[in-house]
Structures are given as structure tokens and as C-alpha cells.
Design a binder for this molecule. Structure first.
Ligand SMILES: Cc1cc2nc3c(=O)[nH]c(=O)nc-3n(C[C@H](O)[C@H](O)[C@H](O)COP(=O)(O)O)c2cc1C
Length: 313
């Protein structure tokens, strides 16, 4: 068992991304039931609903699950209190410094992985005392560092300077991406866009179909000069935002997102998505996504292993 599996306690080292409003119990429990790590989001800032979602998770699955603390959106410590009271064992932190809450989390023996977009932030997170890293390549959907670093570069650079276990995120949708990430030093993967387009995902079919119909150039990087940067599908709305000098702060922070995610109005906000959307061609169940990813990963490893044995390329 590798270090990420030991920390997660799951059958597979496959994590579902935290995604505001989307990463709730229906999707997260399906991921946990299929042997991965389902994650409940907190980026929506809806502290009471998140507490209820954690309770629902326990009703829907007896398998491990985790919670993401989106630090930028934490107005108080209520989300942290929820996690501790519910005896959640695995937490990812993102969008901020983990230093503020790490002591309270570790006091309760919670495993903490922090999301990092550069080697510099990885070193800071290691110094703060986290157990592992979610290494976020710029290919991925959602909040991004203004300085874009592609996942293969980032994994190798972080592995050169730090020995913490790494979960690779950004542009991974299948076993090929998983094998590539492991070759670069990862011991686990996290997928967002792939699970948004799953059968169990709560989003409207318009959003799922937009992912299916997207190409490898179908996303755009928004608010490149500001913070947060975001990767989203190209739509009239996102292209107009990219053109204008002034970014719409309300939209960047999730304004109109529910109308898009659940009402299917693709122009009411921005449809966060990674470049991997280009490789997604069908809506599959969470179980099929995970099973197919694992079998493809092992096929690739077996093939490469056999070639290495025979000193063949
Ligand atoms: C629809 C969507 C919403 C997201 N919302 C959040 C969020 O609320 N908090 C967060 O830390 N990351 C968020 N992310 C980023 C993911 O955590 C993850 O890093 C990313 O999805 C990985 O790349 P991938 O989408 O290519 O798999 C979001 C991503 C997507 C696609």
C-alpha cells in the first residue's frame, strides 16, 4: 500500500475534487462506494448545509470520505468545528495558507493534504506541517494560481524539493493520466471535470454535454492578472469576461453558478472545467469511471514493466 492509500484508507488512491455545490453527498458517496475518496466541498460557504451533507454521507456509505476546507471562503471557524465534531478523518485545504488551522486539525488526528500550484507553496505547506499535497496543475478546472505550471512539470519539481506524498490533480480523466502522474512521482490522483460529467453528478445535462462536446482547446483561463484565476469552458459569457479588462468579481466567486450548474443556463455564470474535458466523450457512472481508470492504469504499468524487463522502449 502506498502512502496516499494509507492516509486515505480507501481501496484506490483516487480522490474526487472538491467542487462548490457539486461535491455533495450524492456524488461523494458514489465515489466512496466505488472505492475512491469522496470529498464534500465547503467553497459554497454554506456551513449549515455542509454539516448536513456530512451527516448524509454517513447514512449513504460506511466507506471513508473527506471534507475540503476552502480557506478563502471561511468567514469563521464553523466549518472547521463541523469537521472536528463529525470526526472526519481526511481533510484537504485549498485557496489559502493551511498554517492557521493545521494545529487544531492535527490535535484531532486528522490527515491534512494541502492544494499547491507551485514548488514554493509546496515547501510552505510542508513547513506548516501538512501530511501530503494535492498538486494542482494549470490544466485543471476551477481556481488556479495566476502563474500557470503544467502538472508533469509541477510533480517533478515538487518531488525534487520535498518528500511529502503527492496526489496529482489537473487534466486527469483516465488510467493514462494516472500512469503518467505516477511516473512523475504521484501516489494518488484527484479528478474534478471527469466526475462533473458522471451519471451521479448533480449538474444539469447541458453542463455535462458541454464537457462531452468540448475539445482540448475548449477551456479558457480567466482573470489571468488577478486572483483568483479560473479555468472554465469557453462560452459567450467566459469569452466576454476574458476580453474585458475588469473581471466580474461576483461571477469569479460563484455568482450565478447555481443557475448554470443546476438550471442549465450555460450563460448565467462560468462553467468551471479542466482541459481534460477534451478527452471525455461519454457520461459514465462513477463506478465505471473508477474501474476503467484502475484497469487502464494497470494495463499501462504492465506493458511498461514488461518493456523495461526486456530493455525495450
Ligand atoms: C466545476 C468545478 C468546480 C470546482 N470548485 C472548486 C472549489 O470549490 N474548491 C476547490 O478547491 N477547487 C475547486 N475546483 C478545482 C478542483 O478541486 C480540482 O483541482 C480540479 O478539478 C482538478 O482538475 P480537473 O478538473 O482537470 O480534474 C473545481 C473544479 C471544477 C471542475
Amino acid at each position: 500500500m502506498n502512502r496516499v492509500q494509507q492516509h486515505l484508507g480507501t481501496q484506490y488512491p483516487i480522490v474526487q475534487s472538491p467542487m462548490s455545490w457539486i461535491a455533495r453527498s450524492p456524488l461523494a458517496s458514489a465515489v466512496s462506494e466505488a472505492g475512491g475518496m469522496g470529498i464534500i466541498e465547503s467553497g459554497s460557504g454554506e456551513s449549515e448545509q455542509i454539516a448536513a451533507e456530512i451527516v448524509k454521507m454517513r447514512e449513504l456509505t460506511d466507506k471513508p470520505f473527506g471534507v475540503n476546507l476552502a480557506l478563502l471562503f471561511m468567514r469563521d471557524e464553523s466549518m472547521l468545528d463541523n469537521v472536528i465534531e463529525a470526526e472526519v478523518k481526511f481533510v484537504t485545504t485549498s485557496a489559502g495558507s493551511p498554517r492557521k488551522y493545521i494545529d487544531r486539525l492535527k490535535e484531532h488526528d486528522i490527515i491534512v493534504y494541502h492544494a499547491v500550484p507551485t514548488a514554493e507553496f509546496a515547501l510552505k505547506a510542508a513547513d506548516a506541517g501538512v501530511d501530503g499535497l494535492i498538486v494542482e496543475g494549470a490544466e485543471g478546472g476551477g481556481f488556479k494560481n495566476p502563474e500557470e505550471v503544467a502538472l508533469p512539470v509541477l510533480l517533478q519539481m515538487i518531488r525534487d524539493v520535498c518528500d511529502l506524498p503527492m496526489i496529482a490533480a489537473g487534466g486527469i480523466v483516465d488510467g493514462r493520466g494516472m500512469a503518467a502522474a505516477f511516473a512523475a512521482g504521484a501516489e494518488g490522483i484527484q479528478m474534478g471535470t471527469r466526475f462533473v460529467s458522471s451519471v451521479e453528478s448533480p449538474v444539469h445535462d447541458n453542463f455535462k454535454n458541454a464537457i462531452i462536446n468540448s475539445s482540448e482547446t475548449g477551456t479558457i483561463y480567466l482573470n489571468r492578472k488577478g486572483s483568483p484565476g479560473l479555468r472554465a469552458l469557453k462560452t459567450e459569457h467566459s469569452l466576454a469576461m476574458a476580453e474585458s479588462e475588469e473581471s466580474d468579481r461576483a461571477v469569479l466567486f460563484g455568482g450565478g453558478a447555481k443557475d448554470l450548474y443546476f438550471g442549465g443556463d450555460m450563460e448565467s455564470s462560468i462553467a468551471l472545467s479542466g482541459q481534460g474535458a477534451g478527452m471525455i466523450t461519454s457520461i459514465k457512472t462513477v463506478k465505471d469511471i473508477i474501474d476503467d481508470t484502475v484497469s487502464e492504469y494497470f494495463e499501462i504499468c504492465a506493458d511498461l514493466g514488461a518493456r523495461a524487463q526486456a530493455r525495450r522502449f
